[in-house]
Ligand binder design. Structure first.
Ligand code: CP
Ligand code: NVA
Length: 336
């Protein structure tokens, strides 16, 4: 399998897009598939694509992925990820196909056969499914197909790209800032932790003990930490949020965990982001959420709708960052 270490150095988060963009490898199953330099470069490219979007068909990248097709294979619901990828691919001049999930990810045939068929037609597949292992089956069955994790139970690396672009836009530099994540140690928390460590963003996670991020996730994240970034796991949301520059919430019950909702609702009482909790953060702290959100559950409506909320910037940035990722994976950066 390719790795993503063949990158050129773009170390400053404030750098303009470099002349030669680092390429990624064949997979983006995890933020950890990127080098810190490639992550920085992806965000820089995404910011540029955002600035150039108004040029439409005259944008320098409008035909960058001509001749490429993206397959979207989703066996869980999605609005932002799916729509973001569809629009991204079209705006880069490529095609999109959405085979029914029951055909591609169901029991009709082995995943390896789906992968080996798809690679004859498309360059890249973005897959949303349950276990991360299922993505590995795809990767192992093919040699050409690029594979993107569009959310699994364990990780949501596309979300982390948009989250990082959002705070970078707000703060300019993210190094040395502190983000507090309140709630379930889930897929969103894992990918955010990976990305934060690579960018030098300090993280405080507050979760009930049995819903904390696995220690192995923290260890892997600490291994790639740059600029002295730290991650601490706490149980007290107030302790996590006090003096933070951003407060992040996600649902208490992720897709696929619905049968456990009652137990989870009970366990997460006290982990709702309220205006009182936000008051513990810095005065200019932003509120973040990957969406969809449950008002009155993990976040109060006045926080989600309030002036500090950047949740729709995050949603918008799904498009720009997924465009950048596709360009880096498919070599379209040569045409930028
Ligand atoms: N945040 C996110 O991934 O949204 P969707 O589930 O709508 O894709
Ligand atoms: N943790 C949530 C994220 C949704 C975008 C889930 O997996 O359902």
């Amino acid at each position: 399998m390719d790795t993503i270490s063949d990158t050129k150095s773009v170390s400053s988060e404030d750098a303009v897009a470099p002349d030669v963009m680092p390429r990624t490898g064949r997979t983006y199953l995890s933020v950890l598939d990127l080098s810190p330099e490639a992550l920085e470069a992806c965000l820089t490219l995404a910011a540029r694509l955002k600035r150039e979007r108004h040029l439409g068909a005259d944008a320098p990248t409008a035909r960058a992925l001509r001749g490429h097709s993206l397959a979207l294979l989703f066996d869980k619901p999605s609005l932002r990820t799916r729509t973001g990828f569809e629009i991204a691919m079209r705006e880069l001049g490529g095609n999109v196909t959405c085979p029914p999930s029951a055909d591609a990810l169901g029991t009709r045939e082995p995943l390896a056969d789906v992968a080996r068929s798809l690679e004859r037609w498309v360059s890249v597949a973005a897959i949303r499914t349950s276990e991360q292992m299922r993505l590995r089956e795809f990767v192992e069955a093919t040699t050409r197909l690029r594979i993107v994790n569009a959310l699994t139970n364990e990780e949501h690396p596309c979300q982390a790209l948009a989250d990082c672009l959002t705070v970078r836009e707000r703060w300019g530099a993210v190094r040395g800032r502190t983000l507090a994540y309140v709630g379930d140690g889930n897929n969103v928390a894992a990918s955010l932790t990976h990305a934060a460590m690579m960018l030098g963003l300090n993280l405080r996670l507050a979760s009930p003990k049995r819903f904390a991020l696995p220690e192995a996730t923290l260890t892997a994240a600490r291994r790639v930490a740059r600029h002295g970034a730290t991650v601490v796991q706490l149980q007290d949301p107030v302790e996590a949020v006090r003096g933070a520059d951003a407060v992040y919430a996600d649902v208490w019950t992720s897709m696929g965990q619905e049968a456990d909702q009652t137990r989870r609702r009970a366990a997460f009482q006290g982990y709702r982001v309220t205006s009182a909790l936000m008051a513990e953060a810095n005065d200019d702290a932003v509120f973040m959420h990957c969406l969809p959100a449950h008002r009155g559950e993990e976040v109060d409506a006045d926080v989600l709708e309030g002036p500090r909320s950047v949740v729709f910037d995050q949603a918008e940035n799904r498009l720009h960052t997924q465009k950048a990722l596709l360009l880096m994976m498919l070599g379209g950066t040569d045409l930028c």
